[in-house]
Design a protein around this ligand. Structure first.
Ligand SMILES: Nc1nc2c(ncn2[C@@H]2O[C@H](COP(=O)(O)OP(=O)(O)OP(=O)(O)O)[C@@H](O)[C@H]2O)c(=O)[nH]1
Ligand SMILES: [Mg+2]
Length: 447
């Protein structure tokens, strides 16, 4: 597993939580101490460690618990959130415009894993249907040419290189134009790592970048550097505004946590991580998922689902449409499904800061009803679902026949729909009378 030792330590900290009979301040203190120890061992910067654990301490015993979540689950989630936050929170994917040449250049100090990563990325994108090619612009290291050529051949990816060219800028330029001629969509340029420090690296990066105008420059950082990786990331981030980062070797050394958190702290986006020597050992970096895995995903997977469900799936487009008075049967079904998960929709309204008492029948709607509605709706056409007004007697008969229900059942569904539609109208009027928007609550986009 990636960052095995950190994961193990964090997981055993959580086990203490699940094993305890009472959860009190003392236990949270112990938990926090365990987490601190685990993070410091993974070479996470002391200040970051303090911030992470402060967050945990403050939120662990918070007075109100999210609906349906136990104190233990809440604490796991707080820890998980804190870790994700310090790993960068949001994933930032590499943007590739298909059908056009996308030039991506990899730089990094000696031995950081550039060539290997070029090979891995080529394979990764080739597999996903992007025409990918690799360019060897490293004329410094003997063997660089054949190293990349072999990797390319193994994945069946076009390769460009020239062992006799002494000028790296020319080499890069020729390689890129060659790949463009061949209609390659993702052109990955491997550069030399003759530098041992950031300053020299950045000078050469600028020279080559001027010549080939990459849409993105990726700094490859060795994750075994631990928190020292932060300095490299910071220097790089200051030098380019089209930069992102790949942290490699997170399968090895115990310091990967330090490297990831230090890089994330600079604000430079980490797009992939390298997790092994094999050609498939690369993963898009998703801080939230990664944090979950560190904590032992199998243990908290259910929790994540539970929390997600409790956070009300919220389709912003649908909500906006509804507020304009456009409310379809499909919308109703989505609402009813949420209701099933969430308890009374009135509660949802309350959370949105709106006072509305839902008609009793709707609030009491049972699962059985929901299932029948679903069956009935399956026999409707898209037109009917979008515009139930057109459903008159003959259509009602057809739908009842098709779904094995009675016309009365179909009418009941339509009645339910009318009621909810009315409610949406009332809501939307109420909203217009207020100060122009829903207050944002956690987990829900503001409107
Ligand atoms: N365990 C592990 N090893 C890796 C990973 N990425 C690269 N390596 C190894 O690190 C070593 C150096 O990798 P290269 O790709 O040659 O590094 P480079 O940056 O191109 O090196 P130079 O061109 O000399 O600057 C090789 O032995 C790779 O197999 C990784 O994610 N995990
Ligand atoms: Mg190399």
């Amino acid at each position: 597993m990636v960052l095995e030792s950190l994961g193990r330590a964090l997981n055993s900290a959580l086990k203490r939580l699940f094993g305890a009979s009472v959860i009190d301040e003392e236990l949270v203190k112990e938990l926090v101490r365990d987490i601190q120890r685990a993070l410091l061992q993974a070479d996470v910067d002391v200040n970051l460690v303090m911030q992470i654990t402060k967050r945990v301490q403050e939120q662990a015993l918070a007075e109100t618990l999210p609906r349906g979540i136990s104190r233990r689950e809440h604490i796991v989630r707080v820890v998980w959130d804190a870790l994700a936050y310090f790993l960068g929170e949001k994933p930032v994917p590499l943007t590739i415009h298909p059908g056009k040449p996308n030039v991506v250049m990899l730089v990094g100090i000696q031995g950081s894993g550039k060539t290997t990563t070029v090979g891995k990325l080529a394979r990764y994108y080739q597999k996903r249907g992007i025409k990918t090619g690799v360019v060897c612009a490293d004329n410094f290291r003997p063997g660089a040419y054949s190293q990349l050529k072999q990797l390319a051949e193994r994945s069946n990816v076009p390769f460009y290189g020239d062992e006799n060219e002494k000028n790296a800028v020319k080499l890069a330029k020729r390689g890129v134009s060659e790949m463009k001629k061949r209609g390659i969509e993702l052109i990955l340029v491997d550069t030399s790592g003759r530098h041992r420090e950031e300053a020299g690296l950045i000078k050469e990066m600028k020279d080559i970048a001027k010549a080939i105008k990459p849409q993105e420059i990726i700094l490859v950082i060795d994750g075994t550097l631990g928190q020292q990786a932060g300095a490299q990331a910071a220097a790089f981030k200051n030098a380019t505004d089209i930069g992102s980062i790949i942290v490699t070797k997170l399968d090895g050394g115990a310091k990967g946590g330090g490297a990831l958190s230090a890089v994330a702290a600079t604000g430079a986006p980490i797009k992939f991580i390298g997790v092994g020597e094999g050609m498939d050992a690369i993963e898009p970096f998703n801080p939230t998922k990664f944090a979950g895995r560190l904590l032992g995903m199998s243990d908290i997977k259910g929790l994540i689902e539970k929390v997600r469900e409790a956070q009300i799936e919220f389709d912003e487009d649908a909500a906006k449409r509804m507020m304009r008075g456009q409310f379809t049967l499909t919308d109703m079904m989505a609402q009813l499904r949420q209701l099933k998960k969430m308890g009374p929709i009135g509660k949802v309204m309350e959370m949105l800061g709106l006072k509305y008492k839902l008609p009793e029948e709707v609030a009491r709607l049972q699962e059985e009803n929901l299932k029948r509605f679903e069956v009935i709706m399956n026999s409707m056409t898209k037109q009917e679902l979008d515009n139930p007004k057109i459903i008159k007697s003959s259509r009602i008969r057809r739908i009842a026949m098709g779904s094995g229900t009675s016309p009365q059942d179909v009418r009941e569904l339509l009645k339910q729909y009318e009621q909810m539609k009315k409610m949406m109208k009332t809501l939307s009027k109420q909203r217009r009378g207020r100060r122009g928007g829903f207050p944002a609550i956690p987990g829900l986009p503001g409107m």
